[in-house]
Write a protein that binds this ligand. Sequence first.
Ligand code: PLP
Length: 227
Amino acid sequence: MIDIAKNLEDVRNRIEKAQQKSPTKNPVTLIAVTKNHPPEFVKTALNLGIKDIGENRIQEAQEKFQHLNLDGIQKHLIGHLQTNKVNRAVELFDLIHSIDSEHLLRAVARSAEKIDKIQDILIQINLAHEESKSGIDLDSLDSLVEISQELPSIRLRGLMFIAPNFEDVENTRPLFREMFSQFRRLRDKMNLEILSMGMTHDFEIAIEEGATHVRIGTAIFGVRNYE
Ligand SMILES: *Cc1c(COP(=O)(O)O)cnc(C)c1O
């Protein structure tokens, strides 16, 4: 049996330690990534004080959320979003981390407008130019930021990044550092609070380099079963 309580305590301790070495020393928000895990696991995490949960697929999240009381819980969409699922994503999620094109951004804006919502978003960056990952190139960041600011139903809250799965996890450090420097540059011009980066294998380095939000699944819930 997986001991979620013990795992969570361990993760929280590790986060706190890394925080001491971070540029701001500010508290870091832990997003418990519940994808591929049943509602009971989510309930356990909520009982242990988790206030933020992350899912990466719309269909799965919609089914799971029906079984849960999520009042006061922040729901994060962390996975790639297809345009045809934007309506449901806007209904279901407080924060969409994976905005990575003007087309998607405008679709989310239209969807939010229809239901009188102001949708919080992050722009996802693909720093390492990995083919397999979504996210925009750094070159396109400023223009996407500008467009987001012209859309009244969109509130840009920050940036999101998934680091490559390097064999030596230290190799992520310069990338996290670059993300923080982009975040700081934009933050000087507008009100941004969220830098979402760091997962089970690299969250301590992400925090040390300035992450405000980490997305952690495996270290809390164990290895996912992909069927
Ligand atoms: C699955 C996932 C995570 C969590 O990954 P773990 O390695 O299990 O901590 C974080 N971010 C994104 C975007 C994910 O898809």
